[in-house]
Design a protein around this ligand. Structure first.
Ligand code: DGL
Length: 267
């Protein structure tokens, strides 16, 4: 078990925001980063098709890589499939990434919170249930963005970001009601923290941006420590950390990006 890698999963580069936190907490672990780029973006998929796709893909990934734990570093996937994954693969540990609505509801002073996510995450029953359970006393605005995940991909690959497009995508998060202003925006897509500086720059007023990456990494660490009563392992990992692309065709720019994150691309 201790030698098994941690599988980190996303449709694109967003899961790297979680990987970098996980590395800090678990430097002695080996990571396999799976990018389902053949299916990106998940945000626009119909739910039954995406659910079936993810269950099939995970059957293959678990068989092939035999990870100690799988981190679904994607809100759009987790809010749809996390329960089904646990039911289908009951002996495997999964950590999901779901909108950080509870911490937002605990922290807000104005009571006005926005959740910025893909259109898929915004329409999920899972997201609505989180609001009903944890944020009854707040006004939660769900903002579905069709463009931001793609803008983050371009930014990470090519270093370019269209600030006006970022401004337009985040604008609906900001509301004023009876002299109160939105004070928290939940970044409910793992791609978005890469654009956080541009969001701060183009926001109409300062807010607290919640990025759940560290909390997800901590959850993975605590599950692994619980699964291994001896605690963390104390020997070097076997082989390099790798990045795998479901398209089988990552280009030069994306390979370089992965290299920058300490991942060797295999295809
Ligand atoms: N990174 C994914 C998330 O956290 C979404 C990107 C996509 O639309 O595929 O929701």
């Amino acid at each position: 078990m201790a030698e098994q890698p941690i599988l980190m999963f996303d449709s694109g580069v967003g899961g790297l925001t979680v990987l970098r936190e996980a590395r800090v907490l678990m430097p002695d672990r080996r990571f396999i980063y799976i990018t389902d780029d053949a299916a990106f973006p998940y945000g626009n998929w119909e739910e039954p098709a995406l659910l079936a796709h993810l269950l099939t893909l995970f059957g293959q990934l678990l068989e092939r890589y035999r990870p100690a734990i799988s981190v679904i570093a994607c809100n759009t996937a987790s809010t749809l499939v996390i329960d089904a994954l646990r039911e289908t693969f009951p002996s495997h540990l999964f950590v999901g990434t779901v909108p950080a609505i509870k911490p937002a509801a605990e922290r807000t002073r104005s009571g006005l919170v926005s959740v910025l996510a893909t259109p898929g995450t915004v329409k999920r029953q899972y997201t609505r249930d989180l609001i009903a359970k944890w944020a009854q006393k707040c006004h939660v605005r769900l903002v579905g963005s069709t463009a931001l995940a793609g803008l983050a991909e371009v930014y990470m690959r090519d270093g370019f970001v269209d600030e006006e497009a970022v401004r337009a995508e985040i604008a609906p998060c900001f509301i004023e009601q009876d002299g109160r202003f939105t004070d928290i925006v939940v970044l409910a897509c793992t791609h978005y923290p890469f654009l956080a500086n541009r969001m701060r720059k183009t926001a109409p007023w300062p807010v607290d941006w919640i990025d759940p990456a560290e909390a997800i990494a901590r959850r993975a660490l605590s599950l692994l420590d619980g699964a291994q009563p001896g605690g963390r392992r104390d020997f070097a990992p076997n082989g390099p950390d790798i990045a795998v692309f479901t398209s089988g065709k990552p280009d030069h720019a994306i390979r370089r990006l992965m290299q920058g994150f300490g991942l060797t691309t295999v295809s």
